[in-house]
Design a protein around this ligand. Structure first.
Ligand code: ADE
Length: 362
C-alpha cells in the first residue's frame, strides 16, 4: 500500500522543502555532520552549530587531526558528546583506509564508528543516491499513521520492518529526496502532540489513521524507564579573577569534558568547607546559590551550589583543580550545558546560550 505515497510526497517536497544550511549541496561530509547533529537536537538549534563546525573543520582531514579539547568545544552545548568523538574516529578511518573519501557503499558506511542504519542510509541516499532507507522518529510517526499501525516504534523489530517496507518504494534517481521528504513531512506536517496538519498533508488521501480518526493515538511507544535522580553540589571556587575547573574522567558520563568542581549529594556549608580544606585550599567566604536541574537521557541532576572565595596560596594546583581566567575558560575549555547555570556565576556563557546571546545582539 505504501507505493502510492511516492509521487505525491516528492511533488510536495519539491514545493515545500525548507532551505537548510546542510542542503546547499550534497557533499557526504556535510550530510554526515548534519545528520549526526540532528539526531538528538532540533533543526533550529543545529543551524549555528553546523555553520561553525563546517567553518572550523571543513573536511574529514581537518576533523581527523583536530585536538580533542577543540573538538569538544565546538560541540559544547549540543550534548551527547560521544557523537563527536565517534565522528573523529570515523574521520580517521576514512583518512587512513579510504584516502579521505567517503566510501560510496552502505555497508562500508555502516561499519564506521558512530554510524548506524539511519545515518548510513541518510549519507548513502542523500550524498550518493543509493536506494537505502533513513528511518528516524519522524518517519516512524508518519508511516505508523499512514498504515494505522499500533506496533511499538521503540522496538528494533518494528524499525527493521519499517526500513524494509521503505526500501522497496525508494524511487531510483531520487533516493535522498525521498528520504528527506518523509523526514520533512514528519517535522512540518505530521507532527506530534495533537498538532498534525492533516489539511495540508499530501498523504491524507491514503492515510488510514486519518480515515479512522486516530491520528493522535499514533505512533505507539511503550513507556520508558524513569530517569535516575542524582543530587549534586556544584562549586564556583574563585580566587581573584580565576575560577576552578577540572577535567572529568576519560570514561563515563560527559567523559573528558571540563566541569566546575562538584560533589555527590546535597551538602551543607560545613561539609563543603571541609571538602575544600581537604583539597588543600583556604576558603574565605561561602555563599549559597540557587538550585538548578539538568536532564540527561538516563539521569537527572538536581543541583545545589555554593560560591566560595579562596585565599591565594602557593600550591593551589595540588588540589587537582585548574584555576583559570573566566575569559580563557569560555574560549578554550569545553564545559557541558549541565553546568551552564553555575557557569553564569563565573561570568561565562556556554555553548547553546552563546548563540542565543549572539542572535539577540544582531
Ligand atoms: N532531521 C534529520 N535529518 C534531517 C534532514 N536531513 N533535514 C531536516 N531535518 C532532519
Amino acid at each position: 500500500m505504501l507505493k502510492q505515497i511516492v509521487k505525491p510526497l516528492l511533488t510536495w517536497y519539491d514545493g515545500h522543502a525548507r532551505v537548510l544550511p546542510w542542503r546547499e549541496n550534497n557533499h557526504p561530509y556535510r550530510v554526515w555532520v548534519s545528520e549526526i547533529m540532528l539526531q538528538q537536537t532540533r533543526v533550529e538549534a543545529v543551524k549555528p552549530f553546523f555553520e561553525r563546525f563546517l567553518a572550523a573543520l571543513p573536511d574529514v582531514q581537518a576533523l581527523a587531526r583536530c585536538p580533542e579539547d577543540e573538538l569538544l568545544k565546538l560541540w559544547e552545548g549540543l550534548g551527547y558528546y560521544n557523537r563527536v568523538r565517534n565522528m573523529q574516529k570515523a574521520a580517521r578511518v576514512i583518512v587512513e583506509e579510504y584516502e579521505g573519501r567517503f566510501p560510496e557503499d552502505y555497508e562500508k558506511l555502516l561499519a564506521l564508528p558512530g554510524i548506524g542504519h539511519y545515518t548510513a542510509g541518510a549519507i548513502a541516499s542523500i550524498a550518493f543516491d543509493i536506494r537505502m532507507p533513513a528511518v528516524d522518529g519522524n518517519v516512524l510517526r508518519v508511516l505508523s499513521r499512514v498504515k494505522a499501525s499500533f506496533d511499538d516504534i521503540l522496538k528494533q523489530s518494528v524499525k527493521t520492518a519499517m526500513e524494509r517496507e521503505v526500501q522497496e518504494i525508494i524511487p531510483a534517481g531520487r533516493a535522498g529526496d525521498f528520504n528527506q521528504a518523509l523526514i520533512e513531512i514528519g517535522a512540518m506536517v505530521c507532527v506530534p502532540n495533537g498538532k498534525a496538519k492533516c489539511g495540508e498533508c499530501p498523504l491524507a488521501f491514503c492515510c488510514r489513521a486519518k480515515a479512522k480518526g486516530i491520528v493522535d493515538e499514533l505512533p505507539k511507544k511503550k513507556a520508558k524507564k524513569a530517569r535516575r535522580i542524582e543530587k549534586r553540589t556544584v562549586l564556583v571556587l574563585r580566587e581573584g579573577n580565576r575560577v576552578a575547573i577540572r577535567k572529568r574522567p576519560a570514561k563515563g558520563l560527559l567523559a573528558g569534558l571540563y566541569e566546575l568542581p562538584n560533589l555527590d549529594g546535597c551538602l551543607r556549608e560545613e561539609e563543603v568547607l571541609t571538602q575544600i580544606r581537604q583539597w588543600g585550599l583556604a576558603p574565605l567566604r561561602i555563599l549559597p546559590l540557587a538550585g538548578a536541574k539538568h536532564i540527561f537521557s538516563h539521569v537527572e541532576w538536581q543541583m545545589t551550589g555554593y560560591a566560595v572565595s579562596l585565599e591565594e596560596t602557593d600550591d593551589m594546583e595540588q588540589s587537582g583543580l585548574f584555576f583559570i581566567d573566566a575569559e580563557e575558560t569560555e574560549k578554550k575549555y569545553p564545559i557541558p550545558a549541565a553546568f551552564a547555570f553555575y557557569a553564569g556565576y563565573m561570568d561565562i556563557v556556554l555553548g547553546q546560550e552563546r548563540y542565543e546571546e549572539r542572535q539577540r545582539d544582531v
